[in-house]
Design a protein around this ligand. Structure first.
Ligand SMILES: *Cc1c(COP(=O)(O)O)cnc(C)c1O
Length: 494
């Protein structure tokens, strides 16, 4: 299986190149040259597999340079860090299910892919004969940083350095990051906001002098953000797994179409669902749920993607995004895989702040996708309603999805089985959860967690409390222009 670029469909590279470089040289995203098929028999066989086996099977469709055994070993090691089943499906009532993707180390769905990616990188690196250490600079607004640190910590041949905006992440998020153990991890605060940190990291990737010095230190930079194909492939697996679970528990018959409602930010998670559909999974509608930052809802309504809007900071911060980078992969498919068209749209977005895909393409997209949004106060009510009705406590991101699914069902009169994709544990957002169900939230994070546990009986893992007693290992604060020096110093210390 080879990969091409959304901005140059003549390009053809191996899976290892795609994963080890992250982004195509033309600035495009890597996409499969064609979609591998998964048959009915394959899906029925999955009902007898455990999660790592399902994951390895789906990943084998993407990375044929690795053997089934190698992939199974990767999946077993990655998902051994999870608490129980990595992707359990909870039934709320006939036809409404929740796919919980937050049983990993950092209690959010990023763990599903970031536990696998480091192992995938080292395996592909060995096949490709790359000797250098994969050095991963990451800019984070909070969640991705910790998931990357946990994923890469202790993985030989890799190292990760995370940059977060000084004062721009929550107290808990900062504590989570600066207490991470391991010799191949580092955390640095950058003066400025998230954009300043991200721009500085992007610049480092294009810095030829830095690359040369890193090579001398035995390191090569690679990207681990959500556009990396090595994050997308493991995400495709849980959609197959969710369907297999509905089959094996007799909730559906093979061929029944299942809707998925996904709380969306960068469009990576929901794109994985679409890839599963292209590979043969009987998917009905894909419902794209946004919060107050409803750029995707507007796009799915009008065909115009426009950045001419206010950025709103919400209680579902992982969806506070204006540029959904993985959408480019969807556009590539609906543009008939014509990379010139995609490149023109991306140029328009950069220069004019918007692009318009036209009515015909929009119609085609809407055969599969439905977009909706929920405002902060409304999804807080939904969180409370879901808790009252089903006794099910969810986090604010998942509440957005519940709200939008209800809108979809009302408007479209669709009673197909639907799976709400749950992307974070309530333990990550205890204060918001408490306030949503009508209780006051103590200022102190630990007190908020204890109160949530007492009032709702939602079990908070001991490891979450333990975090607050761990030593802080990293305290460095730099200016954005000092970032290359920080990357180099870290490389030289390895
Ligand atoms: C990252 C994240 C999302 C958004 O996922 P995308 O793949 O970027 O669309 C939603 N919820 C949570 C909790 C997240 O961490």
């Amino acid at each position: 299986m080879n990969y091409t670029s959304t901005r140059n469909n003549k390009l053809s590279v191996s899976g290892s190149t795609a994963v080890l470089t992250g982004l195509a040289p033309d600035g495009g995203l890597y996409v499969p040259e064609s979609f591998p098929a998964v048959s009915r028999e394959d899906i029925e066989r999955m009902t007898d597999m455990d999660y790592p086996e399902r994951s390895a099977f789906v990943m084998s469709k993407f990375f044929d340079e690795l053997t089934q055994d190698e992939l199974l070993d990767i999946a077993r090691r990655a998902y051994a860090t999870f608490d129980g089943d990595p992707a359990p499906e909870v039934k709320l009532d006939g036809g409404l299910y929740v796919l919980e993707l937050w049983h990993g180390r950092t209690h959010a769905f990023k763990d599903m892919a970031l536990s696998v990616l480091p192992l995938l990188m080292t395996a592909l690196k060995a096949k490709a004969g790359q000797k250098e250490t994969c050095l991963i600079p990451v800019a984070t607004s909070g969640d991705t940083g910790k998931a990357a640190l946990e994923g890469f910590s202790g993985v030989d041949g890799t190292a990760v350095i995370v940059f977060y905006p000084d004062g721009g992440v929550s107290h808990t998020q900062r504590r989570q990051m600066v207490t991470t153990l391991g010799d191949n991890v580092k955390v640095v605060a950058v003066r400025g906001n998230f954009d300043d940190a991200q721009t500085a990291v992007k610049k480092a990737f294009g810095d030829a002098e830095l690359k040369e010095k890193l090579a001398a230190a035995g390191c090569k930079m690679t990207g681990a953000n959500s556009i990396n194909l090595g994050r997308l492939a493991p995400q495709v697996a849980y959609y197959f797994s969710a369907y297999a679970d509905l089959l094996s528990s007799g909730q559906i018959e093979y061929g029944d179409k299942v809707d998925f409602c996904v709380p969306t930010g960068n469009f990576g998670n929901i794109l994985a669902a679409y890839y599963a559909k292209l590979m043969g999974l009987p998917v009905g509608k894909l419902i794209c749920a946004s919060n107050d930052n409803k750029v995707l809802t507007d796009f799915l309504d009008t065909g115009v993607y426009s950045l001419d809007r206010e950025f709103v900071k919400t209680t579902s911060p992982s969806m506070d995004i204006l540029i959904s980078s993985n959408l480019e992969r969807l556009l590539f498919e609906f543009a008939g895989r014509d990379s010139d068209t995609v490149r023109a749209w991306m140029d328009e977005l950069r220069t004019a702040g918007s692009y318009d895909i036209g009515g015909e393409r929009l119609c085609e997209i809407r055969e599969t996708f439905w977009g909706g949004y929920a405002l902060q106060d409304d999804y807080a009510d939904t969180l409370c309603d879901v808790y009252d009705e089903y006794g099910y406590l969810c986090d604010p991101h998942t509440a957005v999805a519940f709200n939008v699914l209800a809108q979809y069902r009302e408007e479209c009169d669709d009673d197909a089985p639907a799976v709400v994709v749950s992307t974070a544990s309530p333990v990550k957002f205890a204060s918001t959860v408490l306030e949503s169900i009508g209780l006051s939230a103590p200022d102190d994070d630990v007190a908020a967690l204890r109160k949530m546990e007492e009032e709702t009986a939602f079990p908070v893992p001991e490891s979450v409390y333990a975090l607050f007693d761990m030593d802080e290992r990293f305290g460095e604060v730099i200016d954005p222009d000092e970032l290359p020096a920080a990357v180099l110093a870290f490389a030289e210390s390895l």
